[in-house]
Design a protein around this ligand. Sequence first.
Ligand SMILES: [Zn+2]
Ligand SMILES: [Zn+2]
Length: 638
Amino acid sequence: MTDWLKKLQEEYENTQALRWTGTLDEYFQRVKANPHIARLAHERLYHAVLAHGVTNTPDGPRYRFFESVLIGEDVPLRLVMEYLSGAAEGLDVRRRILLLIGPPGSGKSTLVAAFKRLVADYSRTEEGALYGIVDCPIHEEPLHLVPWHLRPEMEADLGVKIEGSLCPRCQQRYDQEGPDAFRVERLILSEEQRVGIGTFVPGNEKDLSLDHLVGSLDFSKIAEYGSESDPRAFRFDGELEVANRGLMEQAEWLKLPQTYQYELLSLAMERQIKLPRYAMLYLDEVVIAHANVHEYQQWVADKANEAMANRVFVVHMPYVLKVRDERAIYERMLAQGAVGSTHVAPHLLTLAARFAVLTRLEPARDRSIDLLLKSRLYDGERIGDVTDASVRALKEEHPHEGLTGLSPRDTMNVLTHALGESTVPCVTPIDYLRALKDWIDHERFLRAVPGKGMEQLNQYRLWIREEFDDLVRQDVQKAFVHAFDSAANTLLDAYLTHAEAWGLKEQVPDPVTGELRDPDTQFLRQIEELIGVSDVAASAFREEILRRAGALARRGERLRWDTHPRLKEALSRKLFSDAQQVMAGTLTTKTPDPEQAQKLQEVKQRLIDEAGYCSHCANAALEYVGWLIQRRQDGANS
Ligand SMILES: [Zn+2]
Ligand SMILES: [Zn+2]
C-alpha cells in the first residue's frame, strides 16, 4: 500500500470514529457531563475562533485564527469578534444580521469562506462536538424534545439553556410515537453534504424563488400523505434550513428584493421563519450577509429601509492602507499561482502596492502632507516630528478611508498584462510601470477610483517611478562595492575609533607600526561633510553617535552601519563615491574592456546572490541604472 492510500484510509477511519448514534437518554447524560455540546450557533462559532488562540496586543486582542485568513484587517475583525462575543452571551446583537460592507476584493467572501471551514472543522473536534435528532430534516437540537413546562427544571439539572421548539416533522412523530422513538447522532457539519452550512447567492431575477431559502412542497408526497399540510410532504431543503446549527452566508444581500431581505431579518430577530401552511420553524444559525459599498450607501439612504437598517450589525471592510500589508496580499496571491513560475523582480510588489494604496487614500487636512507622505506614514515610517499619535489623528480624519480604490485583483491584472508583454520568464518593475501607464492611458482604472482623475493617477505613477529609481540605484551601487556590509562596518569602526579618541582627547595606535597618532579628524570630516554636517555641528553629531554606540554596548549590542539613518547615508555615500567612477564608466560604455566586463559579471552575480534578482532582471537593472547615470551626465553637460 502506498503512503497515500494509507493516509486516505486513516482519514476515513478517523471520520468514521467520530460518528456516534445513541438514545435520547444517552444524550442527556452527555449533556450533563459536558453542557458545551448544547451550545447555540453564535456561541459555538465564537468559541471555535477562540480555540485557535488569542494574543493581547496594545491595540487590542489578536485572534490567531484570522492570521492565515486575512492580512491587515485588524479593526474589522475585532468588530466581527465583538459581534460574536455579544451574540454568544445572548445580548441583543444576536438578533441582528452581521453585514459585511466593502469594495470588491477586500476579503468579505474570504472571511465567510474561512468561517465555513472553521465551523466544519470545529464540529470534528472533541470541544466542538454537537448532536442532532436522527432523521430530522434540519438536524435539530435533541433538547427540543423537552416540553416547555419541564425545561426550567431540566435546565437547572443539566446546566444548559434550552431554546426553540420542534420542527413540524419531529413534532408529528413525537405526537404519534412519543420520546422513545427518537435517536440522537453526532453531527459533522459540511458544506458539501449540506449539513449546517448554507449559502444563498442571488442568481438572475427570473430564477429567484423563495423556495431556495425556505424549502418547498414535495408534490409527489402530497398524494401519499393526503394533505399539503402534512409535514412529511414538505422538503426542508432551503438554504436557511440547511444552515441550521451552523452558518448561513448571504451574498449580495442588498441586491435581493425586499421580501427576501425580510426573510433573513425575521430569522435573525425571531430565530424562526414562517413556512407556508405550517407553524413557525425555529432555526439557530449565524447569518452573515455581505454587500458592496455602493449598494449599501443607496440602501441606507432609502428611508423605507430605516427599520431594517437598525437590525443589522454593520462591519466595514476597507482595503488595507499599509503598503507592506498590500504587498503581503500580493505575495500570497502569487504563491497561489497568480503568475505561474515567472520570477517577479525585487521592488515590483512594493511599488505596485504603493500605487494601489495611493488610489485608496483621501487627502489630509494638513496640505503639507501629500498622499505619498501619507502612505509612508501609514506604512510605519516616522518622518520628521511625526508621532504615532499624529498618524492616528490623520486616520481619524477619514474613518471610512479605503472603501474605494484599486483592488488587489486590479494589480494582478496589470501584472498579468506586463507579463504578457515580456518575452522572458521574469517581470520587472520597468515592465510593470510600462503596463501601468498603458492602463492609465486607456482609462481602465477610472471606474474603480471615483474622485480621482488621470492627473492624480499619473502623479502616483511618477511617484513610484521615482521610488523605483532610488531603490534600483541603491541595489546596483551596493553590488558595485565588494562585500558592501563588511566594508561599511569597517568604515564605521574606523569612524568610531577616531571619534572616540577625539572625544577623550586620546591618541590612536597606527594599525601597522603601533605608533600612537592623533585621531584623524580630516577623515571624520570627510564622512560628515557627505551628509552636510557643518564644522560647527560636527562635535554634536559625533557625540550623538558615540552616545548611541555606548547605549547599545551597555545592552551588549553593536552599532551597525545601518542603525543610525544619517550615519548610514554618510557611510553609503563614502563607499559609493569611491565606486561611482567605476560604476559610471562600466555601466555607460557600449564596449566594455575585459576588466569592465569582468566587473559587470561580478556585480550581476552579486545582485543575483544577495539581492533577489534573476539573470534577466539583473541585466535589466544594470542597463536601467546605466541609463539613469547617462541621463544625469547629459543633463549636467547641457
Ligand atoms: Zn426536527
Ligand atoms: Zn527576474
